[in-house]
Design a protein around this ligand. Structure first.
Ligand SMILES: Cc1cc2nc3c(=O)[nH]c(=O)nc-3n(C[C@H](O)[C@H](O)[C@H](O)COP(=O)(O)OP(=O)(O)OC[C@H]3O[C@@H](n4cnc5c(N)ncnc54)[C@H](O)[C@@H]3O)c2cc1C
Ligand SMILES: NC(=O)c1ccc[n+]([C@@H]2O[C@H](COP(=O)([O-])OP(=O)(O)OC[C@H]3O[C@@H](n4cnc5c(N)ncnc54)[C@H](OP(=O)(O)O)[C@@H]3O)[C@@H](O)[C@H]2O)c1
Length: 548
């Protein structure tokens, strides 16, 4: 990447200790790497503000039982440092939350990042001052800081969604949300536990909770497809293979639409015989993992092709789950396979064969209230000691709109995004100069193995700021026409896939009452997106206005 060898800390000299060249909000994968790039590669004065008391973001907050990544460990990591890649050893195909958190803490220590991070500091508001070309940032504690560049690294999935169910305050037991899990852990031993939600989180948590709970009641609103993860310890041979061949692995990750290191098979599900198709699905099922999606190239673009995957998974559920009524509820899909983020699991369907686990179909029997004793549905009351909300997040726009962000002339981001997010390349919003949004809506983000998307955004932003400083430019701002054009491209990319067909998907904002229904991430593929961003930069930052 192009970098400047040195830079002055001009903003700090003028404004005193609360003034920085750049402020970064969030200390997860994104914020840590952005800090390293701006502080240690460009020499800027940088402060990170983080609401949590430690680094890690997702892996700091999501400590629920069974939490682990679905990306394979050798690809769920940074690739910017060859030394780091050689030093760090993952233990499992999908490491558990504590191991990923250890990794991110190691990054913070190895690159001496902590001294530039202020923990326990939630940003409340950010206001752009046109005359001074500065961002004024206010924290919940009332501190004020300024910076020329403001970079949000707030995550796509960091705002927990606790549904507004009447009576929650009256519940006599304890309730927790998976995304705000108590650090001391939760003991389910002997307890009657209700878990609401069967997304990736619920599907990971249920089998583990069921091991100690007296009884687990799973409340399912939308049936979800899950494929076995087939987690296992990594063998010494595999670890050696990864270290010796990382550049090829990285090439595959970078050239793939989804940032993972597996090949999407170049064949249609409809071009093979039914027997061959089932044999290929069986092999993928045995292998496990998100790469089940890659068995055929057309699973997320052709409904007839997708139907074959859906039917295969349905047949597996019927095979695994002994009670036919439970199997029918679990496989009553209302959307194409992978049109919502497909979970992977360890013994999820098997868990429903345990005598201490039951399933409630909320489509047939919706929750009407939470009472002092438990959950009341239209037809029954479930007596519970604990409720686990595995109900997801106000995704993508949620963490940004929780901050009162105001650009030129007091323009509120909440107003610009009233009808859904609008921006250019997922990186900048017109009217908000020098504000960059890492993995913002309109970028591949959650449709990609995220560290790949994060590194690409951080490096693009770093190169852009380096370019500005080299050219003596003070301001960069997305142009309204470029923003309009990009919104059209984001919509067109989504509409070329089956993804918008999942009406209850958080990709569409459908999980949050009142949120505009707009497909938010860019579905045109990471490799294509990377090329577009590179061309924009090479073309003199086409679509952005740069000024002195
Ligand atoms: C349980 C779970 C498992 C996941 N597994 C995978 C996976 O296998 N593969 C994959 O690719 N992705 C996965 N993801 C997505 C995951 O979020 C990303 O991979 C990645 O961790 C995002 O890093 P980030 O730094 O961008 O955001 P985050 O890790 O979410 O960090 C954002 C940080 O910003 C802070 N913050 C937010 N708002 C403010 C504010 N106003 N003021 C101060 N601080 C603020 C938050 O406290 C948080 O620490 C998973 C997500 C979840 C929830
Ligand atoms: N290992 C991993 O990779 C991993 C693990 C966990 C999470 N994640 C990431 O985080 C994302 C979010 O996952 P998540 O499982 O936390 O959230 P999610 O996918 O949004 O799932 C939330 C679940 O809660 C249900 N729900 C929400 N509100 C409800 C209500 N009021 N009443 C009843 N049910 C309700 C949803 O039902 P509906 O479907 O009907 O809305 C859904 O089943 C994933 O898609 C993934 O990107 C990744």
């Amino acid at each position: 990447m192009r970098v400047l060898a040195n830079s002055s800390s001009d903003a700090r000299q003028i404004r005193g200790p609360a003034a920085f060249d750049a402020l970064i909000i969030g200390a997860g994968f994104s914020g840590l790497y952005q800090l390293f790039c701006l502080r240690d590669r460009l020499g800027l004065s940088v402060q990170v503000l983080e609401a949590g008391e430690g680094v890690g973001g997702t892996w700091y907050w999501n400590r629920y039982p069974g939490a682990r990544c679905d990306s394979e460990s050798h690809t769920y990591c940074y690739t910017f440092s060859k030394e780091l890649l050689q030093e760090w050893e993952w233990t499992e195909r999908y490491p558990e939350q504590p191991e990923i958190l250890r990794y991110l803490n190691h990054i913070a220590d190895r690159f001496d990042l902590r001294r530039s991070i202020r923990f326990g500091t939630r940003v409340k508001a950010a206001r752009y001052d046109t005359a001074a070309n500065l961002w004024h940032v206010t924290t919940e504690q009332g501190e004020r800081l300024t910076a020329k560049f403001l970079i949000t690294a707030v995550g796509c999935l960091s705002t927990a969604n606790v549904p507004n169910i009447p009576g929650l305050d009256s519940f006599g037991g304890r309730w927790v949300h998976t995304g705000q899990w108590p650090h001391e852990g939760v003991d389910f031993t002997g307890k009657r536990v209700g878990m609401i939600g069967t997304g990736s989180t619920g599907i990971q948590a249920a089998p583990v909770i069921a091991q100690t709970a007296a009884h687990l009641t799973v409340f399912q609103r939308t049936a979800n497809y899950s494929v076995p993860a087939r987690n296992a310890p990594l063998t010494p041979e595999f670890k050696r293979y990864v270290k010796e061949n990382f550049s090829e692995i990285q090439h595959l990750m970078d050239s793939n639409p989804n940032g993972h290191a597996w090949l999407i098979q170049d064949r249609s599900a409809l071009d093979v015989s039914p027997e061959e198709r089932v044999a290929l699905y069986e092999a993928a099922w045995r292998k496990g993992g998100l790469q089940f999606r890659a068995t055929f190239r057309d699973l997320v673009v052709s409904k007839p092709a997708n139907d074959t995957a859906a039917e295969f998974i349905r047949s597996k559920i019927r095979e695994i789950v002994k009670d036919t009524a439970t199997a029918a509820i679990l496989s009553d899909f209302d959307h194409p396979y992978a049109a919502k983020r497909p979970p992977i699991d360890t013994d999820y369907y098997e868990t429903f064969n345990r005598p201490n686990v039951s399933l409630v179909n909320l489509r047939a029997n919706p929750i009407v209230a939470i009472t002092s004793a438990g959950v009341r549905t239209r037809d029954a009351e479930y007596r519970l000691d604990m409720i686990v909300f595995a109900t997801g997040f106000d995704a993508l726009t949620g963490p940004l709109l929780r901050i009162d962000i105001r650009g030129r002339d007091g323009l509120a981001l909440a107003d610009v995004w009233h009808g859904g997010p609008r921006n250019y390349l997922g990186l900048q919003v017109a009217g908000f100069p020098n504000l960059f949004t890492i993995t913002g809506p309109g970028s591949p983000s959650v449709l990609c193995n995220m560290p790949v998307a994060i590194e690409q955004h951080v490096e693009w932003i770093t190169n852009c700021i380096a370019h500005m400083r080299a050219e003596g430019l003070a301001r960069i701002e997305a142009q309204p026409e470029a923003m309009d054009g990009w919104v059209e491209q984001v919509n067109a990319a989504a509409n070329a896939t089956l993804l918008p067909l999942a009406k209850s998907s958080w990709y569409l904002g459908a999980n949050i009452p009142g949120k505009p229904r707009v497909f938010m991430p860019y579905a045109g593929g990471m490799a294509r997106y990377r090329m577009i961003c590179a061309e924009v930069a090479a073309g003199g930052y086409r679509g952005f206005a740069l000024s002195r």
